[in-house]
Design a protein around this ligand. Sequence first.
Ligand SMILES: Nc1ncnc2c1ncn2[C@@H]1O[C@H](COP(=O)(O)OP(=O)(O)OP(=O)(O)O)[C@@H](O)[C@H]1O
Length: 291
Amino acid sequence: MTPDLMEEGARRASAYAAMKARGRTASGGRAAGFGRPVKPGEVDVTHGRILYLEDVSVSFDGFKAIDKLSLDIAPGELRCVIGPNGAGKTTMMDIITGKTRPDSGSVFFGSTIDLLRYREAEIAQLGIGRKFQKPTVFEQLTVYENLELALKTDKGVLASVRFRPDSAEGDRLAEVLRTIHLAGHVDRLAGTLSHGQKQWLEIGMLLMQDPKLLLLDEPVAGMTDEETARTAELFLSLKGRHSLMVVEHDMGFIKTISEKVTVLHEGAVLAEGSLEQVQADERVIEVYLGR
Ligand SMILES: Nc1ncnc2c1ncn2[C@@H]1O[C@H](COP(=O)(O)OP(=O)(O)OP(=O)(O)O)[C@@H](O)[C@H]1O
């Protein structure tokens, strides 16, 4: 066989495998990866990892924003990620959520779902929710309507118009309202909420999708001290049921919520451990003081 034909064969085989993986997942059969059967909506965490990145690299115009990054997160873990500006924190989240394709490396959700085979919207449907720094709630809708809308996202246009939450969805809505401290504000327009309340509402919208992994980018930026403290309580109540990756610069907040902290620098892991351990690490001190 000529090299051209071999290349074409390999290209077709991998395109077919990717297509099959997508089709099977959409129809609720198997997840992509090593062919291990996984029930619809289930993530295989038998190896003790819900998220696994290995040797991931990406360059922008020759600049390595992520450089052989490897890290993993356990199911139910609340992981904090810190690092100076430009360390690659946002780019890492972009890669996990399918917004940016890495040049090389592996990114797995559980041990069988190869995230690099999926598009951004598919990754959200697989159970990875992302909260960007700025709240993006629908200001003209009430708190309740915002949460209701979050339930509709995977339904078709017609189904959305006729949509009414069933009793299980209604229960979930009520539970989420309590979790995000907005049960007393259901009829308020989202536009009239404080900055902190808007952030909680957006987290609530993600929770309506019951994500297995939540990625949160600077969630307490701009919050009052009281809102920050309530957000810490909220995250602590979510861990266990969900896995969380929180990128933050606010060390006081990190101190309240953290178990394990990952320090990113120049697109790779510089240090990992408890906050006390990483804060005492000479390399970490140098990176932060050298800013
Ligand atoms: N699309 C892009 N094109 C070119 N360079 C990029 C792009 N995205 C990120 N970068 C560069 O990659 C590096 C990492 O950026 P990134 O935003 O991931 O860092 P960060 O750790 O999130 O920083 P911050 O704490 O300031 O948000 C930066 O030097 C940034 O300028």
